[in-house]
Ligand binder design. Structure first.
Ligand code: ADP
Length: 306
């Protein structure tokens, strides 16, 4: 079985649904409140586990009720949490206000995630067993860089989702094998709006790039091959939260299984398309049997050289 380690964040999403978001100094009455386990690291871990890999998570939850729930949610999807620390103080939280037009405003408080500043021998031994290490930017950049450098030294493929968008240190790019930004992150990193041109620019920094393009699919570019796009299945999207994390988790599993790159992108697209047809973040992520069924029913996705 493909073995994946995620070095990343866990957050409890605290979501208030309101007719209209409050202005500064204003109080509004919301319609509904939900607490939803999230964080980009945890979301990718759940996506990869449901897609059929053996997944372990390195990171930290807080010593509070949210921490216990975040850990239980990961375990409920089959993610190994033996090396997920419990830090003193609060868990990471994301305070989200969603208005009736679907717009949102978010405050992320890193909490326990901010305490993950270095790796130990146990983490390193775990990474050594993996086919891939998945990383995002919701832990301190220093530990993300250390994790990627450790994986590189051990010959383990590193897959970096550069979100939330921020400038990437050269030391991190130097140990990134596959970079998977969405088109906004690709534009933020390069200053180039066109995804094809942005991908070409990113290839001067890393050897392989996949840019996700929302409903338009995804674009693959590598130094040693011609760029191509894979279209997304046409579906009715009800909630695109964590579509990118579902895509990355499934992509890492497919690549870990040795599937051809085009096929891996198409399979990941099938997974992400399932997730956008359901409400929620990790709760909307499909299991392997569902991905296989949806993928098999597609009458040949378009794959275009560009
Ligand atoms: P993020 O969630 O990081 O913003 P994207 O919006 O690019 O990333 O979505 C990631 C992937 O999810 C896309 O490459 C695509 O495969 C899938 N996806 C997103 N939105 C849709 C949609 N409306 N219909 C079908 N697939 C979608």
């Amino acid at each position: 079985m493909t073995s994946i380690v995620v070095l990343g964040s866990t957050n409890m999403d605290l979501v208030a649904f309101v007719p209209k978001a409050p202005a500064r100094g204003e109080t509004v009455t919301g319609r509904e409140f939900r607490t939803i386990p999230g964080g980009k690291g945890a979301n990718q871990a759940v996506a990869a586990a449901r897609a059929g890999a053996d997944v372990s998570m390195i990171g930290a939850v807080g010593a509070d009720d949210f921490g216990a729930r975040l850990r239980a949610a990961l375990e409920g999807s089959g993610v190994d949490t033996d090396l997920l620390r419990t830090a003193e103080g609060p868990s990471g939280t994301a305070h989200i206000v969603v208005d009736d037009e679907g717009g949102n405003a978010i405050v992320v408080v890193p909490g326990a995630n901010g305490t993950v500043t270095s790796l130990d021998h146990g983490d390193e031994a775990l990474i050594a067993t993996a086919d891939a290490l998945l990383l995002q930017l919701e832990l301190p950049l220093s530990v993300v860089t250390e994790g990627a450098a450790t994986a590189r030294r051990l010959g383990v493929r590193t897959v970096l989702t550069p979100a939330p968008a921020q400038p990437l240190p050269p030391e991190l790019l130097a140990v990134t094998d596959l970079l998977v930004p969405n088109e906004h992150e690709a534009a933020a990193l390069t200053g180039i709006a066109d995804p094809h041109a942005a991908a070409a620019a990113l290839l001067t920094l890393v050897p392989e790039v996949v840019i996700t393009l929302g409903a338009a699919g995804s674009l693959h570019a590598a130094r040693d091959s011609e760029a191509f796009t894979v279209s997304a299945p046409r579906v009715r999207a009800v909630d695109t939260t964590a579509a990118g994390d579902t895509f990355v988790g499934a992509l890492a599993v497919a690549l870990g299984e040795g599937r051809a790159v085009r096929e891996a992108l198409a399979w990941a697209s099938s997974a992400a398309a399932l997730s956008v047809q359901r409400e929620g973040a990790s709760s909307s992520m499909p299991y392997r049997s569902e991905i296989d069924a949806a993928h098999g029913s597609l009458t040949g996705q378009e794959v275009d050289a560009v």
